[in-house]
Design a protein around this ligand. Structure first.
Ligand code: 9MR
Ligand code: 9MR
Length: 589
């Protein structure tokens, strides 16, 4: 596809060469920024660390940002060598400073860090903005200024006339027949809706509610439903849940893999994108992810029966029907290439083609068991707790099943040997993350190996943080919570790129995410509260603006970069969880 200038790029170009020249100057300076720090801030009682790059300097100062006065003089740690780039860094630890205020770290020969705060509730805004990010992704609804501010926009994609793709045709729904499948969230920088990716996203958001219910009562994001007596995180999830319900074929209980255009839209606003949309082939991964989400939703929404009469029941019915379909179709895998060989039109949008449904069985089985208390649902489910626990991703959801089993172990009177093996597995996963933390160049568990820097690496950092918080809940050992906090520090700027990866935050911020509304809306600031994918050395987008190939630096804040700078709901959800859970835990102290 030829590269074309977006409205925003044209606007910026029109502001003139001075601005363009200036912005390049800034990024050149930033690239050399030698002191890296979480650009938002720290809890008074929390660990507080900055990273100083370079070999020579051995001392640092913490200064009050308004008076410029030195608050602390400290020694840097011994040098650490970065396993990805070979660069040298040292740690500046100023955890002893607890007084609320605004500060920066200075190494006189090198310069100053970004300014940051020390205060209670320091991640409140980060957590609320990340949840609000989902509101901006809503499909089929106007976003008025009252809730969306300068990012107000008309509704996109009514999705009330969606075609049945040839791959999804059935007796009652032949090819090209029409269904209504409105609402949901746009998956990412693109405008399609994918059940598999909705699965882990919803599971993560709903788990935040189940793990920290009282925090969620006051977790407010100014959405249209904010005053309806239901926590915003549930109202937001409901927007997607109602869409998901429409993706099940009522005739047999199977769930369509996705709702999509045949090809990706151009870089245009949602309401300007009018290409026909299809639901495609039913599959086992989509159906089981759907079952898990419906079961978890039923459990949660039955406590809101007066607000949403019948909703929990509908979820139960949908979950049971989906489970039955999956029983009859245990391994119908989605292969887009195979589908395109057989059916037209070809569909070339995101595949989310999971090649193994075993982990979806574990997650769905666990959620059905927790909903119904029927151990039957665990028959034939292999938790394989003797194997190393995998970090959750869209294609690997087994661990979400672990989290649920543990959350309800007492209530369900689950066989303690199973519960204990799952607990042990989570703790040993966390222990493995912590090995050699003291040698890491950014003092984070994120990035120990290059594998962490996969497409959407920011979600790796966030999901590691969540796993560490489960280990903390199980053991009460603060070392796990501290490492989880370290990964949030990573996401907010203490990393090898120097960027704060959440749009709208930080002094070195992501300004050009691969996000169609942010590119097309003519507003300089990107839509806020969206987590950039983060470093990915594979550089599949072939953008020419990358400045490094090192795994931890392979990032470019350029809207061409879908491989390092897209945003996605399954990355935002663990960001919401991690930042909100840390806030919840800090309030409990
Ligand atoms: O915009 C698309 C993005 O959402 C996807 O993650 C990415 C990979 O599937 O593809 C992007 O679309 C690009 C397409 O793959 C190739 N031509 C350019 C498209 C827009 O940059
Ligand atoms: O997150 C997905 C990543 O794991 C895959 O490697 C990549 C290529 O298939 O696709 C990513 O998901 C994209 C999806 O296919 C389409 N919407 C945008 C998603 C984020 O880039």
């Amino acid at each position: 596809m030829p590269f074309s200038l977006s409205r925003k790029q044209i606007t910026i170009a029109f502001i003139g060469s001075l601005f363009v020249g200036f912005s390049h100057l800034i990024s050149a300076q930033n690239a050399a920024e030698p002191i890296r720090v979480n650009q938002v801030g720290f809890y008074p009682n929390g660990q507080k660390i900055a990273i100083v790059l370079g070999e020579k300097q051995t001392a640092f100062e913490l200064k009050d940002a308004s008076s410029g006065k030195t608050v602390l003089k400290g020694k840097l740690s011994e040098p650490r060598i970065n396993q990805h780039s070979g660069k040298t860094s040292r740690i500046a630890d100023f955890s002893s400073v607890r007084k609320a205020g605004k500060y920066f770290v200075e190494v006189p020969a090198l310069g100053k860090s970004a300014a940051f705060e020390i205060k209670e509730k320091v991640f409140k805004d980060v957590a609320a903005a990340s949840l609000k990010g989902f509101y901006y992704q809503r499909v089929s609804i106007d976003l008025p200024e009252k809730f969306a501010g300068k990012w107000a926009r008309p509704a996109g994609h009514p999705d009330d006339k969606v075609l049945i793709h040839a791959s999804a045709a059935s007796e009652s729904r032949p090819e090209n027949s029409v269904i209504s499948s409105p609402r949901g969230w746009y998956d990412a920088g693109d405008y399609n809706k994918y059940i598999v990716n909705s699965g882990i996203t919803m599971g993560t958001m709903l788990s935040l509610y189940e793990d920290y219910p009282s925090f969620c009562e006051n977790f407010i994001t100014n959405i249209p439903e904010s005053n309806n007596g239901v926590p915003d995180v549930l109202d937001e999830a409901l927007w997607n849940l109602r869409w998901m319900l429409t993706m099940q074929d009522p005739a047999d209980g199977g769930v369509y893999h996705k709702l999509t255009n045949p090809r990706f839209d151009g870089m245009i606003m949602p309401h300007a994108a009018k290409n026909p949309r299809y639901v495609v082939q039913k599959g086992t991964a989509a159906t089981l992810d759907f079952v898990a989400v419906m079961a978890q939703s039923a459990r949660i929404f039955k406590n809101f029966e007066n607000k949403f009469p019948g909703l929990a029941d509908s979820c139960v019915t949908a979950a049971v029907k989906g489970w039955e379909w999956a029983k009859k179709n245990p391994v119908v895998l989605y292969s887009q290439d195979e589908m395109n060989k057989k059916f037209d039109p070809d569909v070339v949008t995101g595949a989310y083609g999971d090649r193994d449904a075993k982990d979806e069985w574990v997650w769905a089985g666990a959620e059905m068991y927790a909903l119904t208390k029927k151990a039957d649902y665990l028959k034939d489910i292999n938790f394989s707790a003797d194997q190393p626990m995998p970090l959750p991703t869209w294609s690997q959801v087994k661990t979400l099943g672990y989290y649920t089993m543990i959350r309800f172990a007492e209530e369900l009177k689950t066989d303690p040997s199973l519960t204990n093996s799952l607990k042990k597995n989570i703790i040993s996963f966390a222990d493995n993350l912590l090995i050699d933390l003291e040698k890491q160049p950014y003092h984070t568990v994120m990035g120990k190996t290059a594998k962490d820097y996969s497409w959407g690496s920011s979600s790796v950092a966030a999901n590691q943080g969540i796993a560490l918080l489960y280990a903390f809940k199980l053991t009460k050992n603060p070392k796990y919570a501290q490492a989880a906090q370290g990964n949030l520090d990573y996401l907010l700027g203490r990393n090898a790129t120097g960027y704060c990866f959440l749009t709208g935050f930080g002094s070195k911020r992501v300004m050009h995410p691969h996000h169609r509304p942010s590119v097309a809306d003519g507003i300089v600031d990107p839509v806020p509260g969206l987590l950039s994918g983060g470093p990915n050395p594979a550089q599949q987008d072939k953008c020419t603006t990358y400045t490094s190939k090192f795994a931890d630096e392979s990032f470019t804040d350029d809207d061409c970069s879908y491989a390092s700078n897209e945003i996605a709901i399954n990355w935002n959800a663990p960001m919401v969880y991690l930042s909100a859970a840390l806030e919840a835990l800090s309030e409990m102290k």
